[in-house]
Design a protein around this ligand. Sequence first.
Ligand code: ASN
Length: 346
Amino acid sequence: MHPDSLPPAGGAFPSPLPAALPRIALLGTGGTIAASARDAVQLHDYRVTEGVDAILAAVPQVRELAEVHCEQLMNVESHEIDDAGLLAIARRVQALLDDDGIDGVVLTHGTDTLEETAYFLNLVLDSAKPVVIVGAMRPASALSADGPLNLLNAFRLATCAEAAGKGVLVMLNDRIGAARHVTKMHTTATDAFFSVEQGSLGEIAGGVVHFFNAPTRRHTVHSEFSLADIGELPQVDIIFDHLGAGTHLYRAAIAAGARGIVLAATGNGSLSPSARQGAEEAKRHGVAFVRASRVGQGVVTDSADDAVLGTIAANSLNPQKARLLLMLALCVTRDTDAIRECFRRY
Ligand SMILES: NC(=O)C[C@H](N)C(=O)O
């Protein structure tokens, strides 16, 4: 042995410091990933019972990937989250991202409204650090529960350098979804989330993150929306158009103080006679009116009638995401053309 490589008298060389693990905040909000049922074959009748610390404890492999800061913000099914709850989630995630000691955030969330929270965060968070939202379709108590692997994959994603700057990401069933595109399309299956036309951003296979696409619409650091500008979110209601629809829901929404209405319209954002009357009524009251589609795929194209009725095409946003964008747009402008521009940009 070369004398230089001998340990100093009286001791061994100090062992090299292990490479520091990324510091990831795990924020729990509830959902099926945190639920349990009466037995392992009951997949649908369950209650939220598990804290986020218990969900984490069930996947010890996460500790090999990250130093985890674990926090419970709420513990509810996601269809119980209201606009104030959505804002509370956004403000807490932003505070974590602002912390120099945190490299990224994993948020556990019920799947029913996961796409809404994901898209809202995508529009308001001001950070390029990875933010991954994860849920499950089967409760933690189920045979073949999907939550544990989804959680591990969420950490694989949140600790992957390539995930930074891609906006808010959704991780379920091995697929990486972009918040802007992904939507829940099945009531119970583990492959419930799809980005039909845009495709997923990538997948996790062999324990490795593979990105194939990047989101093109503005998000996070390139978004003009900021939590600092929002006191509370304006009321925006969604009305579903259908054969034989009446006009009473438009009048009710306006009377209840709606600042905006999103129509889940038929086809390419067509207006039934009652929806047209609803749009006219909205215009008279200065209420913004967005035409989204109930179809589930495709762009709602601009129409010559938009200029007459003051309506706004939702582009490819589904009604529930169009509602969120309209709420944010209304926080900064009441100008119809400016709101139209938001729907082209985000
Ligand atoms: N799979 C789920 O998470 C559904 C549940 N009802 C929720 O959204 O909280």
